[in-house]
Design a protein around this ligand. Structure first.
Ligand code: UFG
Length: 344
């Protein structure tokens, strides 16, 4: 019998790509999402790619009774992948309580209700933001957790601690925490991709919107960092590669192989790429120019961070495969598709 996975935030950017890979791998998926930062049309994209329209429940996971009803209506959920969260760093500084409430109460409700519903494990979406500016690069999972620079970052740290403490107390399930570096790109079919609300805060959506003429100019936040070209360095990982890592994590968590009840993995490529390199890489991959100018630093930005992905490579048997060039081309194809659909 197919194993059943509840994907929270499964209509969102990383969530939708993961639903596709889970269904391709033979899992039965149930999506729960409150659509606060996503649109239901994403389900059409998932169905076009996989031929399967997964059951969808519109629910705010802060509603504990609602979560209880969800488990009853979809009995037999084996595992959860928990993406649903608020994720805008800047907004979290303005509205900290919204972030603490949305990102913490939702996890508490899931963890509370997992045992009575026989759920065997939860994969949690964390972030390299927990490392702050690491002292040693590339950063491994053993690197110290640094004080968070935003309430958003703090919620990821607190979430990790909540999971650790719950398992330490003997909760009858397993967990895998995945620390993402910078996910970019879109499904190669361009049926799903990233759809930011309003003015994009992240580099790639701003860049592709500039390339297509929605925005006049991309601002490069600082060229006076201690990096070879002065701009910040990140580890940009293809979103489909990232999605596939979740399938491997679910296989491992629900299989009998992993002995540990809590495991943590970095999901990155291992390559650091600067903002300016990324812009030039995009221009090379697509032949489209990106008007840009250097402006001052953005508050709270980390100078440089990239992953040591060896632990995930060895233990999960997963490696990021897509080239940066193909990934950037996929982001562009998605932006063109959005224009075709009259969305952006
Ligand atoms: N940048 C620009 N111009 C822009 C947008 C971004 O130069 O218009 C630069 C930033 O300064 C940074 C790099 O591009 O150097 C990447 O910025 P993003 O906003 O795309 O990503 P971040 O690394 O700041 O943050 C992302 C997610 C967070 C997450 C963090 C670490 O947005 O949610 O990675 O995991 F916490």
């Amino acid at each position: 019998m197919k194993k059943k996975i509840l994907v929270t935030g499964g209509i969102g950017y990383i969530g939708s790509h993961t639903v596709v890979e889970l269904q391709n791998a033979g899992y039965e998926v149930v999506i729960v999402d409150d659509l606060s930062n996503s649109t239901i049309e994403v389900l059409d994209g998932i169905e076009k790619i996989t031929g399967i329209r997964p059951p969808f429940v519109k629910l705010d996971l802060k509603d504990k009774e609602g979560v209880g009803r969800l488990f009853e209506a979809h009995a037999g959920i084996n595992g959860i992948i928990h993406f649903a969260a608020s994720k805008a760093v800047g907004e979290s500084v303005q509205q900290p309580l919204k972030y603490y409430r949305n990102n913490i109460v939702t996890l508490l409700n899931l963890l509370d209700l997992m045992p009575s519903n026989g759920v065997q494990g939860i994969v949690f979406s964390s972030s390299c933001t927990v490392y702050g500016q690491p002292d040693i690069l590339p950063v491994t999972e053993e690197a110290p957790i640094k004080p968070a620079l935003s309430p958003y970052g703090n919620t990821k740290q607190i979430n990790e601690e909540i999971i650790r403490d719950t398992l330490h107390a003997g909760a009858p399930f397993k967990s895998i925490i995945l620390r993402y570096f910078n996910p970019i790109g879109a499904h190669p079919s361009a049926e799903i991709g990233e759809l930011p609300n309003g003015v994009p805060q992240n580099l790639i959506p701003y860049l592709t919107q500039t390339a297509i003429g929605i925005r006049k100019e991309l601002s490069v936040f600082g060229d006076d960092y201690n990096t070879p070209d002065g701009s910040c360095i990140r580890d940009y990982i293809n979103v489909v590669d990232l999605a596939k890592a979740h399938v491997v994590a679910i296989d491992r968590m629900l299989g009998s192989k992993s002995g540990e009840n809590l495991e943590i993995f970095n999901l990155g490529t291992g390559n650091g790429v600067s903002v300016l390199e990324l812009i030039h890489g995009f221009e090379k991959a697509t032949g489209v120019k990106v008007p840009h100018k250097i402006v001052g630093r953005r508050e709270g930005d980390i100078e440089k961070v990239w992953a040591n992905p060896e632990h995930a490579n060895k233990v999960l048997g997963w490696t990021a495969k897509e080239s940066l060039e193909d990934t950037l081309a996929s982001a562009w194809k998605w932006q063109l598709k959005l224009r075709e659909r009259g969305i952006q």
